[in-house]
Write a protein that binds this ligand. Sequence first.
Ligand SMILES: NC(=O)c1ccc[n+]([C@@H]2O[C@H](COP(=O)([O-])OP(=O)(O)OC[C@H]3O[C@@H](n4cnc5c(N)ncnc54)[C@H](OP(=O)(O)O)[C@@H]3O)[C@@H](O)[C@H]2O)c1
Length: 321
Amino acid sequence: MRVVVIGGSGHVGTFLAPRLVEAGHDVVCVSRGEREPYQPHAAWRFVERVSLDRAAEEAAGTFGERIRDLQPDAVVDLICFQKDSANQLVEALRGNVQHFLHCGTIWVHGHSTQVPATEDLPRHPFGEYGIGKAEIEAYLLDEARRNGFPATVLHPGHIVGPGWAPLNPAGHFDTGVFETLARGEELALPNLGMETVHHVHADDVAQAFVRALANWGGSVGESFHVVSPQALTLRGYAEAVAGWFGRQAHLNFLPWEEWKSGVSGEDAAGTWDHIAHSPNCSIDKARRLLYYQPRYSSLQAVRESVGGLIENGVVDAGFRV
Ligand SMILES: NC(=O)c1ccc[n+]([C@@H]2O[C@H](COP(=O)([O-])OP(=O)(O)OC[C@H]3O[C@@H](n4cnc5c(N)ncnc54)[C@H](OP(=O)(O)O)[C@@H]3O)[C@@H](O)[C@H]2O)c1
């Protein structure tokens, strides 16, 4: 199939384009051309690169046509955040594609209710990002089920991979937290450290997209979580990371307001967003219908990423992991 990947050179695209090529697809990567994939891969030689600014094309009302003119059999949309954006594509691609795959987020659930959360739970999203993604999910599934538009929605967790900083055990992105744990120094965690995060390796997200494409009948009109097999508590995550460096985690648990005053505004906002959601999602449906088999646990994915940060000198931890 000719597969057009919109936003195909980022975290997910780095792994998705090579997987699609290896599966025998003709791949077109649409981006502004401002960045290269996180890792080189010989398969990129076979990928057609198309330079296009989605924001500018959408403003001109031409984005859908530009994608349709690429004559895709399937479209993977990795960078859609508003229902209006999805709508432009659907109207242009209706009757013109075999499969349309949208990248959502587990934030569509809002706060966790029953865990592990299943895809059929009522949505209670909060925050502009989660609300926008939930609207897109509802719109696309309605178009699929009512009007036969062949949409599938995949919801990744916190995407991890070599080349960028993973969400850390304090629930934000400051890589200094890994250094603190590696040195056996005290790390403060909010509350009891029992709130959860749910990572996924970018290559497992890519795997899920390729499997959804290969399983049209099981995936059209459906949404799927794409996460590692198990979420982590902040406490358990911190303890495991310290263990990689031969340390016992030296943790100090503080009430939220007190914890918040000890970190930057950016880190506090990041942690609040993550612990307010405290995701813990089931992958049973993806396993059953897509044959999704994640290669990485959360800790394996983070360990690989932190190992890369140590090798590149971004994290000074004294040891390799
Ligand atoms: N990151 C996470 O932890 C996470 C978690 C859950 C869900 N998600 C979802 O994953 C998706 C993002 O995937 P990602 O993390 O792989 O993306 P990413 O790393 O941010 O990469 C974005 C891609 O889109 C391109 N791009 C950005 N702006 C563009 C524009 N105006 N026009 C055309 N291309 C543009 C970028 O290349 P250029 O800069 O060269 O244009 C790049 O190829 C989103 O839908 C997000 O909601 C992410």
